[in-house]
Design a protein around this ligand. Structure first.
Ligand SMILES: [Zn+2]
Length: 380
């Protein structure tokens, strides 16, 4: 399934990031938080010079796409079609960004299909753009954020948040609702808050009509609707050629109109909360003293000093809430002819592990280290 924010061990974020000077920081001190509990400040004025754009891409909000298998690596034939849709959308946007005056465009993978190679096939990418890579795994929404690295952020093929009834709508992963200061966020807003820390605005987004509605919070964004969602797994598609023409025109407008964009910063301290629906669950937290669980048991909240703490805490809680996913595995095992045998093997492995640890015979596996020579593109 999609894993739009990687939960893998990641590079350590510089502790100075949340304290670093934002180019909008001088103005944020006088801005009042809006209804979403965020501070909106103007983009720092520009006097020519390079205009560097970082393009995030997901894979659920693509033009021409109406089948969930096209964003899942586990369905190779459909996934190949999804990669073609992705490259076509990215290239239309890249074309527009350069037409509007961008001087460099980098692409970062925010989907995580399970493919060890990037979801965006390098052979299909417009040669003027490059793919952002690192030599070790990293968290695409937070670990690349740095002052004076980019001037604008773009997000292509994005999806609506959990509960929005968009095509494959979710936030980070299945059944999770993330909020900061009482506002339920899309992943696009997570990107905006993260880059807002260093004064960089989100200027262009594409996705379905439900995400457009979710992003009414950021009206300066040049938004292209790729399709109308009629349920979480059905859509009415728009004409793809027309969508790509709009992408090119609005991406160019987004660059030309960058002065109209706003930098978004979440007000600190941050009241963060995770609200779940199935297949996620917070039931394992019931009865733990000191845990701020709602009366219905579906929401847990905490206070964080800043965005980074809130984001890290929410991801840790997502790890708890997804403990409920294997209930599906157990159901499949019960239905499968080989299920009882596999379930017995699993129990035996658990017993062996217990005895080995208790008997001092177990050596923990070595920490996972980056594969030498391998490039990491984001949410892989
Ligand atoms: Zn995704």
């Amino acid at each position: 399934m999609p894993r739009c924010i990687s939960l893998i061990a990641a590079l350590t974020l510089s502790a100075t990031l949340d304290g670093c000077a934002s180019r909008g920081a001088g103005l944020s001190a006088v801005a009042a938080p809006n209804a979403e509990g965020v501070l909106l400040t103007p983009v720092a004025s520009r006097n020519g010079g390079p205009l560097r754009v970082l393009v995030y891409h997901d894979m659920e909000g693509l033009a021409g796409q109406d089948d969930y298998r096209t964003f899942n690596y586990s369905h190779p034939d459909h996934y190949a079609k999804g990669r073609a849709y992705l490259a076509a959308d990215i290239n239309a946007v890249v074309d527009g960004l350069f037409a509007g005056g961008a001087t460099s465009v980098e692409i970062i993978d925010a989907h995580g299909s399970g493919n060890p190679a990037p979801d965006l096939d390098p052979a299909l990418l417009d040669k003027r753009a490059t793919q952002l890579t690192r030599d070790a795994p990293f968290r695409h929404y937070v670990d690349v954020v740095a002052p004076d690295a980019y001037d604008a952020i773009v997000a292509v093929g994005m999806h609506a948040k959990t509960g929005s009834r968009g095509f494959a709508s979710h936030t980070v992963t299945l059944g999770m609702g993330l909020s900061m200061n009482g506002h339920a966020m899309t992943e696009t807003e997570i990107v905006a808050y993260s880059w807002g820390r260093v004064g960089v605005p989100v200027i262009f987004v594409s996705g379905d009509d439900r995400l457009q509605r979710d992003l009414a919070t950021m009206p300066w964004i040049q938004y292209v609707v790729t399709k109308q969602a009629t349920s979480p797994n059905t859509v009415v598609l728009r004409d793809v050629k027309q969508v790509h023409a709009e992408m090119k025109a609005r991406a160019a407008d987004a660059v030309r109109g960058i002065a109209n964009a706003k930098v978004v910063r979440v007000e600190e301290p941050v009241r963060a909360a995770l609200k779940v629906v199935g297949p996620a669950s917070l039931a394992v937290l019931r009865g733990v003293p000191g845990v701020a669980l709602s009366a219905d048991g579906n929401e847990v909240a905490f206070e964080a000093r800043n965005f980074q703490e809130a984001y890290d805490g929410l991801n840790a809680l997502i790890g708890v809430a997804r403990l409920a996913y294997p209930a599906t595995t157990n159901a499949v095992l019960r239905e499968h002819a080989d299920g009882p045998r596999i379930a017995r093997l699993q129990r035996e492995r658990l017993m062996e592990r217990w005895f080995d640890i208790e008997g001092g015979r177990w050596t923990p596996p070595p920490a996972v280290t980056p594969t030498p020579g391998r490039k990491y593109y984001g949410a892989q």
